[in-house]
Every structure is written in structure tokens, then in C-alpha cells.
Design a protein around this ligand. Structure first.
Ligand SMILES: [Zn+2]
Ligand SMILES: [Zn+2]
Length: 195
């Protein structure tokens, strides 16, 4: 069995999943707000509810920024505001280091820790403000997680298929090539490339 996912990696994975919902073509960002190991809100960067999407109409760029979208961090904080969920003392997991505007919103929302996966123009003033406000900032490496099921069975199936092809006289060069490809897909240890 693969190593168990840590809480940090689990919440970060959630943010990466949310980023896939982004409607802005410039950068896909996801944010998850967590308190006591419970997800209390999540957001991605996109337009206001019911508004035009960048993916349909192009970005609305002013001064090199897309002004159509609300950032993932803002969206998740505003989700808490909308439904009356306290953010004081909560943690936020973001796929990218927050911009200056989001940094200030995070501080004012009373968020205690910012976990981010990727550095993104880490603004020195944002770093300074986080420090000043006593907000902990920590980088969490995103772990690629696989949600593939029946992997061993699939590998076994391919192995049998290749074996049968060999019996039926498919030339060895072809088999070797397919075997190498399957080995790459399933990784060593799947027993496909053996022999
Ligand atoms: Zn956009
Ligand atoms: Zn932002």
C-alpha cells in the first residue's frame, strides 16, 4: 500500500481539485479553508455567480491583471461570510502563494496559517504583512495522488494479453516494445517487463 496521505497533503489535494473548476484561462487557483481538520469552505478563481466566464469571453485584462475574476482565497473567505462561518483561527490551503490583496483579506479574516503549494511572485510586502500579523506561512509540497482502481488486476490482464500474443506468433521485437510501454505505464514491480 502506498504511504498514507497527510492532512496537509489531503487539504492541498482538495485545493488542486478546486483549481480544476477555475474559469480563468490565465491561472487556475484553488483554496480550501480548514478548521479543526474540517473543511469549512473552498473556492477557485472565477467570475461572480452568473457572470461571464473568461473561458467563454476571454479575460478582461487591465494593467496585466484579469479583473473579471475573484481570487480563490477571496471566494472561500466570502463563502464563509455569506453563510456565517467564522474564519478566526482557521487555516487556508492555496495552490499558489496569495497576491497582496488576498494576503490582506486573509489577515483580516483572522486566518492563522497559510499553506501554499507553489510560489507565485511571492510579493515581499505580502510576506512582510503576514509576518507582522503573526500569520504562519508554510509551503506544502503537492503530492501526486492516484485514484486508479484495480491497478494490479489491469497489470495482470496486460501481462496475460502479451503472453497470448507471444504464443500466437507476434514477433518478439513487437512484444518487447509493447512490454516496455506497459512497463512504463505501470512502473517497475508490476511484473510486466520481467524476463
Ligand atoms: Zn480571466
Ligand atoms: Zn489574490
Amino acid at each position: 500500500m502506498e504511504q498514507r496521505l497527510s492532512w496537509d497533503q489531503y487539504f492541498m489535494a482538495q485545493s488542486h481539485l478546486l483549481a480544476l473548476r477555475s474559469t480563468c484561462t490565465r491561472l487556475a487557483v484553488g483554496a480550501t479553508i480548514v478548521r479543526d481538520k474540517r473543511i469549512i469552505a473552498g473556492g477557485y478563481n472565477g467570475s461572480i455567480a452568473g457572470g461571464d466566464h473568461c473561458i467563454d469571453h476571454g479575460c478582461y485584462v487591465i494593467d496585466n491583471h484579469c479583473v473579471r475574476t475573484i481570487h480563490a482565497e477571496m471566494n472561500s473567505i466570502l463563502q464563509c461570510a455569506k453563510f456565517g462561518v467564522p474564519t478566526a483561527g482557521a487555516d487556508i490551503y492555496v495552490t499558489h502563494f496569495p497576491c497582496l490583496q488576498c494576503c490582506k483579506a486573509i489577515i483580516q479574516a483572522g486566518i492563522a496559517t497559510v499553506y501554499y503549494a507553489e510560489a507565485y511572485k511571492n510579493h515581499p510586502y505580502a510576506i512582510e504583512l503576514f509576518e507582522q500579523a503573526g500569520v504562519r506561512v508554510e509551503q506544502v509540497m503537492h503530492k501526486e495522488i492516484s485514484l486508479e482502481f484495480n491497478r494490479a488486476e489491469k497489470a495482470e490482464y496486460i501481462k496475460n494479453l502479451l503472453e497470448e500474443m507471444k504464443q500466437n506468433g507476434t514477433d518478439h521485437e513487437r512484444i518487447d516494445k509493447l512490454q516496455a510501454e506497459a512497463g512504463e505505464l505501470f512502473g517497475t514491480g508490476a511484473g510486466i517487463t520481467a524476463k
